[in-house]
Design a protein around this ligand. Structure first.
Ligand SMILES: *[C@@H]1O[C@H](CO)[C@@H](O)[C@H](O)[C@H]1NC(C)=O
Ligand SMILES: *[C@@H]1O[C@H](CO)[C@@H](O)[C@H](O)[C@H]1NC(C)=O
Length: 208
């Protein structure tokens, strides 16, 4: 009994501590469209290498929701994505995977895997292999992406965008702690600027 209680208390303390650590980290919010070449290059060439060095110091909110027209018909959303239905499907594949499994590092690997492979495949059946980065099966992630769950999760991203970035007029759009980053190619500098602990990589002269 004592042991159980102790486990619960330690568990709570641990949970509180990790929550606290998360809250102290600057929040990097990224609005992007999976099939937009600028978004794709931002994720593979800028975000991914910056994350490799600074990922432990930040929280990343991946929002694969850019310029989307949506309409509520009989309580269900219908969406029209800028690069067509394939893009909506890939966005849902991403939001489903992120919602279902993994930690932030594996979410980054998952999003990178999809954006990297988009050069050769636009269909979610092929891209679903990236679910292995989350230790999810292809079936699980596809079932979500192709069904009502994916629609619902995608809708929540839309709500978030309307709150945070209403009238978003281009992607990628990056916020750090809810402040819009004008020049997203300078991500590393912008992250370093808000970090108090001054990691070594921030003193180096590289653009990554
Ligand atoms: C960003 O937000 C985090 C968490 O609230 C906070 O610890 C940090 O000081 C903020 N940084 C800036 C530059 O506002
Ligand atoms: C944006 O940032 C990049 C990388 O730091 C820099 O090379 C470029 O000149 C910046 N562009 C503008 C318009 O400030």
């Amino acid at each position: 009994m004592t042991f159980c209680l102790l486990t619960v208390i330690l568990g709570c303390l641990y949970f509180q501590e990790s929550l606290q650590q998360m809250e102290d980290k600057p929040l990097v919010t990224i609005f992007y469209e999976p099939l937009c070449p600028y978004s794709q290059r931002f994720i593979t060439n800028i975000l991914y290498p910056v994350y490799a060095n600074l990922g432990t110091y930040i929280q990343v909110d991946f929002i694969p929701y850019g310029i989307v027209k949506r309409q509520k018909v009989n309580n269900d959303w219908t969406y029209e994505c800028q690069h067509g239905p394939e893009e909506c499907a890939i966005s849902k594949l991403q939001v489903c995977g992120i919602a279902k499994a993994g930690d932030q590092n594996s979410h980054m690997e998952y999003v990178y895997c999809i954006e990297h492979d988009i050069d050769t495949a636009h269909d979610i059946q092929t891209l679903a292999h990236c679910a292995s980065k989350l230790e999810l099966s292809e079936d699980e992630v596809l079932k979500c992406a192709e069904g009502p769950e994916g629609d619902k999760l995608f809708g929540l991203l839309g709500d978030k965008q309307q709150t945070l970035a209403p009238g978003l007029n281009g992607v990628p759009t990056v916020y750090i702690n809810n402040t819009n980053l004008d020049n997203y190619t300078a991500l590393k500098k912008a992250v370093c600027d808000v970090l108090h602990n001054n990691p070594e990589v921030c003193s180096e002269n590289s653009q990554e």
